[in-house]
Design a protein around this ligand. Structure first.
Ligand code: AMP
Ligand code: ZN
Length: 474
């Protein structure tokens, strides 16, 4: 498989350290708010990468942190701690906020068929590991104590800006922009490993450390969690492109200084989901969530389909029109799958099936070209092979794409098979459902239950969903 590597700026053959085994790390969410669908674009594309590597026969171990401390509102070391900001907004404790939004994140992932990584670790569970790594960096002279904080000394590195060809000075301006200068740093690009001189007296979470009571910087968590759970050599590190600098740049600085050798060979960065007014971001306040999509009647899987239709290395502009087009295309695709004969038990053997597999693999092997991967589904539908073989291949490719192809088609088949109500009956059922909804809203649960019972007696089964009540007859 060829993957674009942000370290070398080239598409390269992906070769893990140990043949057949892949160690993969993903920067997890900062759990001070719901994930927006931009964040989730990154997790969807990382999920496809993981599943494709498994499909290609690799034994993948993937780890992810949960950022519940240390991420300040500026990715440099200034601003307020995002978790504290969330806690103040909701008048809860930081840990309550962290628990709530961690659960919400995984619930959203489940709706998008994003698999939970094998290892998920909240940063606050690993404070002793961070302290150990920082002590080691101090011992090796890659870190220094100044003004009460511990800093990483970037001047000790041969090359700090590993991801780009920018002139160091240009970037220093970027780092400085709008940011209060920290006079305790020796070099402008140095960053905090451990804070004790917190600007926020009300910082809720603090731990004892050899340098005083304080809390870790954001970057150290990913270095320590990755090295502790995946070992000294990492194969792929993933994240949204905004994480390349300073977060991933600092992760590499810390990890390689600590390990004494190169750490991770491939860096997989996903470009942003933008709105017409720019990058979607949590700090902007107004952002789109999976729940909002559901409230508007969209199946979250359609958003996954929307993401897979474009390449991860191109920024993607979200629009409702674009999502509606994805709904139309997805529904048509599912209708075509529903038209296949599910009773045909032919298997996907032989040359024709292998050629279709080769088309799918060629697309995905070429830097995870998911839109061509989706096109391969239509190739299967068009092919001159029995329906059973088509269904088997679709199931196989869907182990990677996770678009619920077969279950959605089965639902369409059931709906088509269900006896159709005549117009007058439909009107009656729908008006009873509306009356039940009004009764529930007015907290008249006895009336709501009575209407449900009446409908049941008529052979109508109700299902309450986040987007309203659905029903089946007979
Ligand atoms: P955060 O919760 O802010 O730590 O971000 C979680 C992940 O989402 C990181 O990998 C970010 O790089 C990524 N991310 C943030 N904004 C976007 C966006 N608009 N589009 C795609 N990925 C994003
Ligand atoms: Zn990270």
């Amino acid at each position: 498989m060829k993957l674009y590597n942000s370290l070398t700026h080239e598409k390269e053959e992906f070769i893990p350290h140990e043949p057949g085994k892949v160690k993969m790390y993903t920067c997890g969410p900062t759990v001070y708010h719901f994930a927006h669908i931009g964040n989730l674009r990154s997790y969807i594309m990382e999920d496809v990468l993981e599943k494709y590597l498994r499909y290609a026969g690799c034994d993948v171990t993937r780890a992810m942190n949960i950022t519940d401390v240390g991420h300040l509102t500026s990715d440099a070391d200034t601003g307020e701690d995002k978790m504290l900001k969330g806690a103040k907004r909701e008048k809860k404790t930081v840990m309550e906020i962290a628990r709530f939004y961690t659960d919400a994140f995984f619930a959203d992932c489940a709706k998008l068929n994003v698999k939970r990584p094998d290892i998920v670790v909240p940063a606050t569970d690993c404070i002793a590991d961070f302290i150990k790594m920082i002590e080691d960096l101090l011992e090796k002279d890659y870190a220094y104590i100044s003004g009460g904080n511990v800093y990483f000394d970037t001047s000790k590195l041969e090359k700090y800006y590993v991801f780009n060809n920018f002139e160091a000075e240009d970037l220093e301006v970027g780092v400085r922009e709008g940011v209060e200068e920290d006079t305790s740093k020796r070099n402008k690009t140095d960053f905090v490993l451990w804070f004790t001189k917190s600007k926020f007296d009300d910082q809720e979470l603090k731990w004892d450390s050899p340098w005083g009571v304080g809390y870790p910087g954001w970057h150290i968590e990913c270095s320590a969690i990755s090295v502790n759970h995946l070992g000294e050599y990492l194969d792929i590190h993933c994240g949204g492109i905004d994480n390349a600098f300073p977060h991933h740049t600092n992760e590499i600085a810390q990890s390689e200084a600590y390990l004494g050798h190169p750490w991770c060979n491939y860096w997989f960065h996903i470009l942003h989901l933008n709105t017409s007014s720019g990058k979607m971001s949590k700090s902007k306040g107004e952002f789109l969530t999976v729940s909002l999509l559901e409230e508007k009647g969209y199946d979250p899987i359609v958003y996954r389909f929307f993401c897979l239709q474009s390449h991860y290395r191109k920024s993607l502009v979200f629009s409702w029109e674009g999502l509606d087009n994805a709904v139309t295309a997805y529904d048509k695709l599912i209708a075509r799958i529903a038209a296949l004969n599910p009773e045909d038990k032919s298997t996907a053997d032989g040359e024709a099936a292998d050629a279709l597999r080769a088309t799918f693999r060629e697309a995905m092997d070429n830097d995870l070209n998911t839109s061509l991967g989706v096109t391969a589904l239509y190739d299967v539908l068009k092919a001159s092979i029995p329906d059973g073989a088509k269904l088997a291949l679709l199931a196989e490719f869907d182990a990677v794409l996770s678009l619920n192809l077969l279950t959605a088609a089965e639902r369409v088949r059931e709906e088509n098979a269900a006896p159709k109500a005549d117009g007058a009956l439909t009107e009656k059922i729908e008006s009873m459902i509306a009356e039940r909804a009004a009764a529930k809203k007015a907290k008249d649960y006895a009336r709501a239950d009575a209407i449900r019972a009446e409908l049941t007696a008529m052979g109508v089964t109700l299902k309450d969903t986040p987007t309203g009540t659905e029903y089946t007859i007979g």
